[in-house]
Design a protein around this ligand. Structure first.
Ligand code: AMP
Length: 282
């Protein structure tokens, strides 16, 4: 496994692989790797000859009051895990390599970024789609994989690729969870013992939503209310950022539940903002 820090060097390397007819699979991450990231590697490996993982904590997708500075970083650990998982190249650029001068061009994917995290984290998806397009232009992958843990991000990237004719196939990776159901996340590291227990409120409330919908509930507002109550019952100190139900393809809110819908939530457990979701076909 090679670690490459410069754009010019990864471009040369990829050019060589492409000349030899190799298919490139790409796993963009912000590092502090866990089984969720590694499952994406495994999945893309089935389609690609060469797996490139980027590790880059992207400053332009963090708001001024978010955790860019304290986002967990441990490159040595990541390097070992990536190698073990069969990554061929880690692209690990410095911020100054990705943003050598003030950036004036952005990608803004409208509508699918209007609700959920798009509404709560101003400028977040603009930062995500911009860096992902930059990374696509650097790595030139045939396939790129994104986890459904960040379901809205998946739709934002899929729509960007469709609208801008980016020559890459987007693959969706399923959510990987801890044994007790908590969705894996680099941010779980922030949780103390009590908070780790309280964090189960997210998964449990989504399973409860599934149950009430299976029992016949069709009204989105009622489900949102019951899910919110379930979160607060499990953890009275939780602060709900949002619980929303949207149509998956458009990411627009629904009133009556039908078709492919996403129930998504963001909840502060202590100071840590966690997200989770469930995708349902009704
Ligand atoms: P991050 O490092 O958090 O930016 O995530 C990098 C990629 O890993 C994104 O495509 C995420 O959706 C994906 N990812 C993060 N957590 C999980 C998880 N628990 N299961 C599956 N994919 C995940």
């Amino acid at each position: 496994m090679e670690v490459i820090r410069k754009i010019i060097n990864i471009r040369d390397k990829i050019k060589e692989y492409r000349l030899n007819g190799k298919k490139i699979g790409f796993v963009p991450t912000m590092g502090y790797l866990h089984e969720g990231h590694l499952s994406l590697v495994k999945q893309i490996r089935e389609k690609a000859d060469i797996v490139v993982m980027s590790i880059f904590v992207n400053p332009i997708q963090f708001g001024p009051n978010e955790d860019f500075d304290k986002y967990p970083r441990d490159f040595e650990r990541d390097e070992a895990l990536a190698k073990e998982a069969g990554v061929d190249i880690i692209f690990y650029p410095e911020v100054a390599e990705m943003y050598p001068s003030e950036i004036l061009s952005y990608v803004n994917v409208e509508k699918v970024s209007d609700y959920l995290c798009g509404a709560k984290r101003e400028g977040h998806f603009k930062g995500v789609s911009t860096v992902v397009l930059k990374l696509f232009n650097i790595v030139k992958p045939d396939f790129a994989i994104f986890g459904m843990k960040d379901a809205q991000q998946v739709r934002v990237i899929e729509k960007m690729v469709e609208d801008l004719n980016v020559d890459v196939e987007i693959v969706r990776g399923e959510i990987i969870r801890e044994k007790d159901g908590l969705a894996m996340s680099s941010r779980n590291k922030y949780l103390n013992q009590d908070e780790r227990q309280n964090a189960l409120a997210l998964r449990e409330s989504l399973l409860f939503a599934k149950e009430i919908i299976a029992a016949g509930e069709k009204n989105a507002e009622t489900v949102v209310q019951k899910v919110s109550e379930a979160i607060m019952k499990k953890c009275s100190t939780a602060v709900i950022d949002y619980v929303e139900i949207v149509e998956f393809s458009t990411m627009q809110p629904v009133r009556e539940l039908s078709g492919e819908i996403l129930i998504a939530e963001a909840v502060f457990i202590g100071k840590t903002r966690l997200i989770d979701n469930v995708l349902l076909k009704i």
